[in-house]
Ligand binder design. Structure first.
Ligand code: AMP
Ligand code: ZN
Length: 117
């Protein structure tokens, strides 16, 4: 069924507490935890508790939850006192998605270039 936890999904395991993570926030529908390989002083991943492979599939299936994810990115940025920050949903292996449970990267605390590589 859409949104059900997947046995082979790392982020489902983090949501279930079966794999440890540095969790910074939790809501009814989302959790946020620090990236294990941070690319900036703040690098937090906001994920829905439900399993969807990427932002496109979640947006199509449950727009209110992707809105929850986006609202949480703002709270994470506020808690780390970021005036400028970047929110990224890598969507597809071709642009670097490696974990196929939708997640928003919240990156900040250093200057960044545009366009991204
Ligand atoms: P993406 O390449 O957009 O799919 O991002 C996946 C992110 O998950 C990468 O930035 C990884 O560093 C991060 N990551 C992988 N394993 C873990 C983990 N166990 N805990 C926290 N972050 C992780
Ligand atoms: Zn999952």
């Amino acid at each position: 069924m859409a949104g059900e936890a997947q046995d082979d999904c790392l982020f489902c395991k983090i949501v279930q507490g079966h794999v440890p993570a540095t969790i910074v926030r939790e809501t009814d529908t989302t959790i946020a935890f620090r990236d294990i390989n941070p690319q900036a002083p703040t690098h937090v991943l906001v994920v829905p508790k439900a399993h969807y492979p990427n932002a496109a599939t979640l947006a199509a299936a449950d727009p209110s939850v992707i809105a929850d994810v986006l609202c949480e990115t703002k709270v994470v940025a506020d808690e780390d006192k970021l005036e400028s920050y970047r929110v990224v949903f890598n969507t597809g292996a071709g642009v670097g998605q490696t974990v196929f449970h939708v997640h928003a990267h919240v990156l900040g605390g250093r200057g960044m270039q545009w366009p991204p590589g």
